[in-house]
Design a protein around this ligand. Structure first.
Ligand SMILES: [Zn+2]
Ligand SMILES: [Zn+2]
Ligand SMILES: [Zn+2]
Ligand SMILES: [Zn+2]
Ligand SMILES: [Zn+2]
Ligand SMILES: [Zn+2]
Ligand SMILES: [Zn+2]
Length: 1725
């Protein structure tokens, strides 16, 4: 393939290499017309170098270009050899203090929350680490590409603008110095010449649009060679492009993917090369194929010369960028060249030309020139300003181009706005000199053209295209935000003027929003189509912050504020003109007050939620108070023009609308309205919507008679009749049988009362109440935390987006909350401090209804716990600012008293009236507020003031004639004892108490001191406390009783599935009772315990009774009864692997008899331990299978388990399983003969066995199968399960089709047993023996019994081969040498296959003897293995005087080994070292062997062994029937061992190893761990940003993903790195799991900060990363950007999941819990 491609590239002209740069430069230095010379040179050579064939050859092109094209330019520029010239320039340069590093995609960036002027100011990692900010509160994000490091920009940082690296010489260059002074005059002239020519050439050729001509250049190549160029767009998908290309240019899918990837990355790629006709043809096919639904893909047929020159043009721009890096002087010259006006006047500079053709350029070209702009214009402070002006002047055009363009913003020149507008001095300059604010707003208005008759925005016919454009338009709002980010510290008249002009434009914009999307209540039928509402709300949402910023600016200057206020008011009046036209005014009368208003019903007429002008005015009004302008210059304000009823009208309508929606009156208007109401209150909008409507009401009401306001409000709520007419309510509810209407009215009354509470109570904005910003934020936090303890991120989300959100919050959080650290799961939480609960207001206006009821419940519970009464009285409030002071009078107004009295009356008379408890609760709250108010007034009373707030007096007065209703106070006293108001009793009591306190205060204010009354209250409260205490105790007792009762009925009601825990408990109880029998057996009590051999400790048989989780019948585990099985999961595993690159060649031919000691792939079996009858399981499994097949046919969805592969979920715990293991009694008992006389020694035994084997070979032909069948003691059902599990192990372990006859089945079963024990042995250091481990016990016993259901001769054959590896015979040649055998696997295989020989043995040797000899033999082989491979470094220390017996013995053995190997073994003289190594090396083997024999024979382990201590070795030896001095084994059996050792050592492989020609595993094998992760997450981000896709040549990977097992970085979720696996395309991660983890993988997705678990191709889940921020939270998706640090405990937990083989199980649980995970295409990750 590669060779073919080479051939297609024509050989280049050798003459090219002879071109001398030096000579050419000399010629250029002489010439008069440099441009002509250069152009001629380029015209001739460029087409000879670039674009010589169908595929680009960038390396060759670059090489030649440097030699022939750029070389002369460099010579010319330097006037000498550039190898000397450039370093000179660099030396003479005074480097700028700007870092200016341009960010790569995915590179980490840092911002300081304390010092950054705005959040767009960022540092690169290097600068950050060298800055003071790393000690501050910083934020970390990954760059989306573009943008550069702001280090050194003094305007970007309040403090520490320089890092250590860029700090040098700061003192010298404070003053602006012209960098040109460092260059010679000649140099300046030459640079100017060559820059002007090359820059112009590049710009001309890149912006060239003709297809057959060149700008100012001759077409030297006239050949008919064209390219068919395919361009990128954002409309067509990858798949569409790939498919089309395959059709159009006849390429393979691979090539098409290559083309598509390049097009996506660079913006264009030639897909065909040849004559014009040939290219045209491809073009037409592409266009035809892609034009069906959308606009077609852009394709252009271009002459090869043009493409060549364009390629070189790009190269030149990059070159210029690197040249100016040598010198700031050169940079300035380039800037000058770029911004110099061309011959065509305005907008004709090269920079203008590039910017204005931005949208016509392809992505690659844009990126190159943007980068050049960033490294030139933006790095030179003088030219940055000039460039900013050019940018601002072209702003409208650039935005228009961007709207038409379909590329992402990141590749548009419009995105450079952030670099310019966020610089405070530039922004200020652009506002005053270029009127930027107005420009932006007007440009914005240009693009929103759909208006209704009144000139308001209209989004009714909102198409997808419009939505797309609208999203683009929103970027203008972002620009406006940038401009406003930094607020001016000083105002010039110019700035005032231009800001106010911008404000005018802004008001025009808001005016178009005022009243948009009006709605009318739908009666009768439901609306047919949900009206469009999202566009309007998106606009509002995006503008929210800008509106707030506008107000912030206004607040800074009194003159601006006054002007803005006037302008805003004027616009509002315009909006309201015609507001009362044609309406008959009506008059309302109540309690002797009367007011005139208009006739208007929200439920009948049009109403709109969008009132930005009113709301802006409300905001400004508050500022008048906050800045005290209202008090200082009242004469300058148009206060007299304000008409309070007009001000409140629209906000009031909007609030009434909300109330009516809540009361269910607008149900027929559909969900769109519900959504709008939701956002109106939501934290994203409320600041400039709901909050400001409340402020507007407060503003209006503060200027009105409260009685008038209340009457108007009643009228708007359509409740006027009810309260103005005595007894109307009574009549209303009796006459009106329609319960809905009654309910509706009740809700409306509740809502109205709530609104009054808010108007009077919400005074925590500076300017309304006498508070500061800190008080406001504190109150928000207190109320959020009143609901429940919250994590940092939750709190942040609950606060509006402004500077308060985080830094503001953090400044107060310590005062109001305590932080609680997270555990292994979950996150850190803030908990409200107890003393803050007294500030809790049940009717806090930002609570949603759900939050309010949760908070109420939580607070009442808390008070109960603290033994307080459960009243939640209103908190004491800060006083109003003077401008709003009159608001408190609402509470004591006549109409208010009437409303409260009426409702209390309803409650007193209780029956027959429509009233609700919430209504009463709100009235009580209002009463409480009024009392608090009066109390505060009295307490703050100074000499000259008279208390005008006389609420207590008013509520003591009975109603007037004629109805003579009782006083409010009297009614309260009645209600206090009403049985139906139990819940409110505490509150009523609180009100009465407070009333009395105030009365006393009033009396005492003249005479007695206040203390007395307080004493009384104290006394009273302590008495209350006693009572409360008694009550509380009774309550607790009652609750406990109730709980128990509930539990009991629960237990009876539910089936196990719904009550798993309980059921599990019972199971465990059963279990303990069963093992209890065993523990009490006297045999085991004192004697020495031995696990195997003739001396094996006899264990008393105990009945094992288990319960089936499916039918719940109990059954004993017996040989001849029905089988009981455990749900189990078998998987291939590489967890223990010491060689991850190894793969099994061909599963069909692979022989697993010997396990290699690198343990590269094993079979693991796990179980959740839940037991079933075999037949119950079978029935269950069949049902699942049938159900799943139906479901898959119907829904075509995946499940978390793969039924076709035999997978199912444990019916009890939903643990993923793929087979079952039968439960068996200890199998040895069945075959062991209890005759111990005259047992042979090892040598004798081996001889006997060898003879036996020989005999067997002779008997082969005879059918012994029948015999073994006779011998088989197991019931049919158990035999069936033995086969089932065996086959499953074989199938999964080898990845082959099931075949129960295959002779490898028993090997796989033994292997799984050995491997699983090894994994346990690795995890548990102190061997925890427990018969309760059902899984391992069953697994071992199963493996021991499996031979009874497989071919006897096959098993016998296996045994012979296995034994031959240690005891060679002539039949079995070519076996692995002892270095290449895992001895534990060998032991297990030998021991478990031995009964197959033994069952036909009549020599009278016991099975136990065989076990013991096999064990000893393997142990000795292992010792030799360890000694051969031990890499002991003899370091001379610890050469203790006397050597122990063990050390002497092991030294002797080692010396013998040296002899056998012909002295190839390293000489070691220290017995101490050898013994130490041996002991350490053999421990894991001994531990695993102990476990194995323990599970096999059921001999309990001595309790001392469970403690890992110095004696563990001795205990293990004793338990395993080994001498403590292991080498004694050799001495005892020296007759046979010497021969064996000699034969082992004479093996060729062993020799090669000793000669250093091959490698071998040494012992003890260390257990595998996941890779080490850095503490600071940004290290990983940095590592990932430097990682490029291994397949697409240096391209950055989009989803770099780290394998946590081996540390490989992968390019995930991308076409470039897809490979084929078993006939399917899979992503890099899935492919990697197959080599690294045999299908299971643990990854860290670095950009997402997310752990990924994969198992097989279809299963996966995300798991929380082990990185936490300071608030104890993870940041999945890296959205918050707090610094993240490794949490070692959480990482250990992940590691443990991996080591315990629980990854697949974890995925299963995650997928069961979250069905959406099932739908993800895991295989493509
Ligand atoms: Zn930097
Ligand atoms: Zn720096
Ligand atoms: Zn800082
Ligand atoms: Zn059962
Ligand atoms: Zn289970
Ligand atoms: Zn890739
Ligand atoms: Zn890996």
């Amino acid at each position: 393939m590669a060779a073919e491609l080479e051939a297609e590239v024509p050989a280049f002209d050798r003459s090219l290499l002879e071109c001398s740069a030096e000579e050419l430069a000399a010629k250029w230095l002489q010439t008069n017309d440099l441009q002509k010379e250069v152009y001629q040179h380029l015209a001739y050579y460029v087409p000879k170098i670039y674009c010589r064939g169908p595929n680009p050859a960038p390396q060759r092109e670059d090489l030649l270009a440097q030699q022939v094209l750029l070389g002369p330019m460099e010579w010319y520029l330097c006037g000498e050899d550039p190898a000397f010239g450039f370093p000179k320039l660099e030396q003479a340069n005074k480097p700028s203090h700007l870092c200016g590093r341009v960010f790569k995609v995915g590179e980490p960036t840092y911002s300081c929350r304390d010092c950054a002027v705005d959040p767009t100011c960022v540092l690169c990692m290097e600068c950050f680490l060298g800055s003071i900010h790393k000690e501050h509160r910083y934020r970390m994000t990954t760059s989306g590409g573009g943008g550069f490091c702001d280090c050194g920009d003094t305007e970007a940082w309040k403090e520490g603008p320089y890092c250590k690296k860029h700090e040098i010489n700061t003192s010298e260059t404070e003053e602006e110095e012209d960098p040109l002074v460092h260059l010679s005059e000649d140099m300046v002239a030459r640079a100017y010449n060559i820059f002007a020519i090359t820059f112009k050439y590049a710009v001309d050729i890149l912006t060239w649009e003709k297809e057959n001509e060149l700008p100012g250049l001759e077409m030297t190549e006239k050949s008919d060679t064209y390219y068919c160029m395919l361009f990128n767009d954002e409309v067509h998908t990858y798949e569409q492009v790939i498919y089309t290309l395959q059709k159009a240019v006849n390429c393979t899918q691979k090539e098409a993917i290559g083309f598509a990837t390049t097009v996506d990355r660079d913006g264009r790629r030639s897909v065909r090369y040849g004559d014009f006709q040939y290219c045209e043809q491809a073009k037409s096919v592409i266009v035809r194929n892609t034009s069906r639904q959308t606009k077609p893909l852009k394709v252009q047929v271009m002459h090869s010369s043009i493409v060549a020159h364009q390629s070189f043009g790009l190269k030149l721009l990059t070159w210029l960028g690197s040249i100016i890096g040598y010198s700031d002087g050169l940079r300035r010259i380039l800037c000058q060249v770029g911004l110099q006006e061309g011959p065509d006047g305005e907008n004709s500079s090269l920079v203008d030309k590039l910017m204005l053709s931005d949208s016509k350029l392809w992505k690659g070209a844009r990126n190159v020139y943007h980068q050049l702009f960033m490294s030139s214009l933006l790095m030179d402070l003088k030219y940055k300003k000039l460039f900013a002006i050019r940018f601002a002047r072209n702003y409208r055009q650039l935005q228009r181009d961007y709207m038409e363009d379909d590329h992402e913003r990141a590749v548009s020149v419009a995105a450079l706005s952030v670099q310019l507008f966020t610089v405070p001095t530039l922004a200020r300059m652009l506002i005053t000199e270029e009127n930027l604010m107005t420009t932006i707003i007007k440009t914005f208005m240009d693009h929103l053209r759909h208006r209704d008759i009144q000139g308001r925005f209209q989004f009714e016919r909102y198409t997808a295209l419009q939505a797309f454009k609208f999203r683009r338009v929103q970027s203008l709002i972002l620009d406006l935000k940038y401009v406003l980010i930094s607020k001016p510290t000083e105002w010039s008249d110019d700035l005032r003027h231009k800001f106010l002009e911008g404000f005018d434009a802004f008001l025009e914009l808001l005016k178009c929003m005022q009243g948009m999307d009006p709605i009318t209540r739908q009666v009768g039928q439901h609306i047919e189509m949900e009206p469009e509402w999202e566009a309007a709300f998106t606009l509002q949402m995006k503008l929210t912050l800008v509106i707030s910023m506008m107000q912030d600016w206004c607040a800074l200057d009194e003159k601006v504020l006054i002007e803005a206020y006037k302008k805003c008011l004027a616009v509002l009046m315009q909006c309201h003109s015609g507001f009362t036209d044609g309406e008959q005014p009506i008059v309302l009368n109540m309690c002797g007050h009367s007011v005139e208003t208009i006739r208007y019903c929200v439920s009948q007429e049009k109403v709109s939620i969008h009132l930005p002008v009113s709301r802006l005015l409300a905001g400004l009004h508050v500022l008048l108070s906050k800045t005290e302008v209202a008090y200082k210059f009242p004469e300058l304000l148009p206060l007299s023009e304000l008409s309070p009823p007009m001000l409140i009208e629209h906000p009031l309508r909007c609030l009434v609308l909300c109330a009516q929606v809540h009361a269910g009156m607008w149900r027929r208007n559909g969900f769109s309205l519900v959504n709008q109401i939701y956002y109106y209150h939501n934290v994203k909008c409320r600041r400039e919507m709901f909050d400001k409507d409340i402020v507007m009401l407060q503003t209006g009401v503060s200027m009105m008679d409260p009685n008038h306001f209340l009457m108007i409000m009643l009228s708007r709520f359509e409740l006027y009749q009810i309260f103005s007419t005595p007894d109307y309510g009574k009549r209303f509810s009796t006459e009106n049988t329609n319960k809905d209407i009654v309910q509706q009215n009740n809700t409306l009354i509740e809502e109205m009362l709530y609104l009054i509470i808010m108007i009077v109570g919400e005074r925590f904005s500076p300017g309304i109440g006498q508070v500061n910003a800190t008080d406001e934020i504190k109150r928000e936090i207190i109320h959020q935390l009143s609901i429940r303890p919250m994590a940092h991120s939750e709190l942040v989300k609950a606060l509006p987006e402004d500077e308060n959100r985080e830094t503001g919050m953090e400044s107060v959080i310590e005062e109001v909350a305590c932080f609680k650290k997270p555990g292994l799961t979950g996150r850190g939480l803030y908990e409200l401090k107890p003393e803050c609960t007294r500030n809790f207001n049940l009717y806090f206006y930002h609570f949603s209804r759900a939050e309010q009821s949760k908070a109420e419940e939580a607070q009442r519970k808390l008070r109960k716990q603290n033994r307080e009464d459960t009243a939640l009285p209103p908190p004491a409030l800060p006083p109003f600012c003077p401008l709003f002071a009159s608001l408190v009078n609402i509470l004591q107004s006549d109409v208010m008293l009437c409303i409260m009295g009426t409702i209390l009356q309803w409650a007193v008379e209780h029956n027959g009236y429509a009233w609700s408890e919430s209504m009463l609760q709100r009235v009580l709250h209002l009463l409480g507020m009024a009392l608090q108010e009066e109390k505060q007034h009295l307490e703050n009373l100074s000499e000259e003031n008279v208390v005008t707030f006389t609420f207590t007096q008013k509520i003591s007065k009975p109603g007037d004639a004629p109805n003579n209703s009782p006083s409010i106070l009297a009614m309260l006293e009645t209600l206090q004892n009403a049985p139906h108001l139990e819940v409110h009793k505490d509150m009523i009591r609180w009100i009465l108490k407070t009333f009395n306190a105030i009365k006393k205060l009033r009396e005492s204010s003249s005479t007695s001191p206040v203390a007395e009354t307080e004493g009384n209250i104290m006394e009273e409260s302590s008495r209350d406390k006693d009572k409360a205490e008694r009550k509380r105790k009774a309550e607790i007792a009652r609750l406990r009783r109730e709980k128990i009762m509930a539990q009991m009925s629960e237990m009876q009601r539910h089936f196990i599935n719904e009550n798993k825990e309980l059921f599990q408990q019972t199971l465990e109880e059963l279990d303990t009772s069963a093992s209890g029998v065993h523990d009490n057996s006297p045999v085991t009590s004192d004697a020495k315990l031995t696990a195997l051999g003739p001396e094996q400790t006899r264990v008393a048989e105990h009945r094992q009774v288990v319960m089936c989780i499916l039918c719940q019948e109990e059954q004993e585990v017996k040989v001849d009864s029905r089988a009981m099985v455990l749900a189990a999961f078998i998987q291939r595993s590489t967890v223990l692997s010491k060689n991850r690159s190894k793969t099994i060649p061909d599963p069909e031919k692979y022989d697993p008899l010997f396990m290699h000691p690198d343990l590269s792939c094993g079979t693991h079996t796990g179980s959740c331990g839940h037991i079933m009858h075999a037949h119950c399981w079978q029935r269950y499994f069949d049902a699942v299978q049938a159900k799943e097949q139906r479901r898959q046919q119907r829904l075509r969805v995946h499940t978390s388990y793969d039924v076709e592969n035999g997978e199912f979920l444990c019916p009890l715990c939903e643990c993923l399983s793929n087979t079952v293991i039968p439960l068996l009694p200890p199998p040895r008992v069945l075959f062991n003969r209890l005759d111990f006389s005259g047992q042979p020694n090892l040598a004798h035994w081996i001889k006997t066995v060898c003879q036996q084997i020989k005999a067997l070979y002779l008997l082969r032909d005879e059918d012994c199968a029948s015999k073994s069948k006779e011998l088989n003691p197991y019931s049919e059902s158990i035999k069936e399960m033995l086969t089932t599990f065996g086959t499953a192990t074989y199938k999964v372990g080898l990845k082959v089709h099931p075949n129960e006859e295959d002779p490898r089945v028993p090997i796989m079963c033994w292997g799984s047993c050995a491997y699983t024990i090894q994994t346990i042995g690795k995890i548990v250091v102190s061997v925890a023996f427990s018969l309760k481990d059902d899984c391992l016990t069953s697994l071992t016993r199963f493996a021991a019994a499996h031979w009874t259901v497989s071919s006897l001769s096959a098993v016998q054959g296996h045994f012979c081969t296995l034994l031959a590896s240690l005891v060679p015979n002539e039949k079995n040649g070519n076996l692995p040498c002892i270095l290449d055998i895992d001895m534990f696997h060998l032991l297990v295989n030998l021991v478990l296959s031995f009964p197959a020989i033994h069952c036909q043995d009549f020599s009278g040797v016991s099975l136990g003897t065989g076990d013991l000899h096999l064990f000893h033999l393997v142990t000795m082989a292992h010792i030799i293995q360890i000694l051969l491979t031990s890499s002991t470094e003899e370091n001379g220390m610890d050469q203790e005087n006397t050597s122990s017996e063990e050390e002497v013995a092991v030294l002797t053995l080692y010396k013998f080994l040296c002899q056998c190997t012909g002295s190839a073994l390293k000489e070691i003289s220290s017995g101490w070292h050898l013994w130490k190594n041996l002991k350490a090396g053999i421990m894991p083997f001994l531990r695993c062997s102990a476990l194995f024999f323990h599970y096999l024979n059921g001999v309990p382990a001595p309790s001392e062994m469970e403690v890992s201590g110095t004696n563990q070795f001795e205990h293990l030896c004793s338990y395993l029937s080994l001498p403590n001095n292991l080498t004694c084994l050799f001495q005892e059996n020296s007759d046979i061992m010497n021969t064996l050792i000699e034969s082992w050592c004479s093996n060729n492989e062993v020799k090669r190893y000793l000669e250093g020609k091959r490698h071998a595993i040494s012992y003890a094998r260390e257990s595998n761990k996941l890779i080490d992760l850095p503490d600071d997450y940004s290290c990983l981000i940095n590592q990932a940003s430097n990682f490029s896709c291994p397949k697409s040549g240096g391209d950055k990977s989009r989803a770099p993903t780290l394998c946590l097992v081996c540390g490989t970085m992968l390019c995930s979720q991308s076409y470039c790195c897809q490979t084929e696996l078993e006939g399917e395309d899979v992503g890099a991660c899935t492919a990697h799991t197959y080599t690294c983890g045999s299908g299971v993988g643990i990854f860290l997705r670095v950009r997402e900060c997310q752990v990924l678990f994969l198992a097989g191709k279809t299963k996966g889940c995300f798991y929380p990363p082990p990185y936490l921020d300071d608030y104890g939270e993870t940041d999945q998706g890296l959205r918050r950007g707090n610094p993240l640090h490794l949490c070692k405990e959480r990482f250990k937990k992940i590691q443990k999941l991996w080591q315990q083989h629980s990854i697949t199980e974890e995925i299963g649980h995650a997928q069961e819990a979250n069905q959406t995970l099932v739908g993800i295409d895991w295989q493509h990750l």
